[in-house]
Design a protein around this ligand. Structure first.
Ligand SMILES: *[C@@H]1O[C@H](CO)[C@@H](O)[C@H](O)[C@H]1NC(C)=O
Length: 182
């Protein structure tokens, strides 16, 4: 089994001259009305290409022409216009995508497609086996608070607060305040 797989890999790399691979997370939690960053990286079979020679597309898995991200906004689905931005440097094989103002219908799955613009021969690849599905959360997860059981006078007291979020480009603001007495 292992040997036949290796053989198959060897044959396919002979035929295609290299490897198209993408690394995209399969599932991500997304908070409605917040934003999300989808980590993504890829490899292509050609020699290293500059960002300007690589065309990136993110599209719905169901239809390659339903684009949620493309340089040319006129070819992006109306419901995604102005909401998607490529944060990754394509020349560094980084296809990280940001979606802002998350809507409850943004479930995906979304797939990455790459086209090498004028590397002869023109090459393109859709990573439809590596798509991301968004799991919609309607409420932000509660921050988690941890603190020592007791405090000692004149000694430091450490409170730790953490919150899970999915949008490193717009990290949430945490605010400490005194509890309001009722
Ligand atoms: C890809 O780009 C994003 C956004 O700039 C960055 O946060 C991330 O670290 C990059 N990933 C890699 C593997 O370089």
């Amino acid at each position: 089994m292992v040997i036949s797989c290796l053989l198959l890999a060897a044959i396919s790399s002979l035929v295609f001259g290299g490897e198209w691979t993408a690394s995209v997370v399969k599932d991500l939690d997304a908070l409605v009305s917040s934003c999300i960053v989808i980590p993504c990286s890829f490899t292509h079979p050609n020699e290293k290409q500059p960002t300007s020679k690589i065309r990136a597309i993110w599209h719905l898995k169901s239809d390659m022409n339903q684009r949620i991200y493309f340089e040319d906004q006129t070819q992006v689905l109306d419901s995604f216009k102005g909401r998607t931005k490529l944060l990754g440097q394509l020349g560094q094989n980084n296809c990280t995508l940001e979606i802002t103002d998350i809507k409850d219908f943004d479930n995906g799955p979304f797939c990455f497609r790459v086209e090498l613009v004028d590397a002869p021969p023109k090459e393109k690849f859709s990573f439809i086996e590596d798509c991301v599905r968004l799991n919609m959360l309607s409420d932000a997860p509660k921050p988690e608070l941890s603190h020592p059981k007791s405090a000692t006078q004149d000694r430091p007291y450490t409170l730790t607060c953490s919150v899970t979020h999915t949008c490193p480009s717009h990290a949430p603001k945490l605010k400490w305040s005194r509890e309001h007495r009722r």
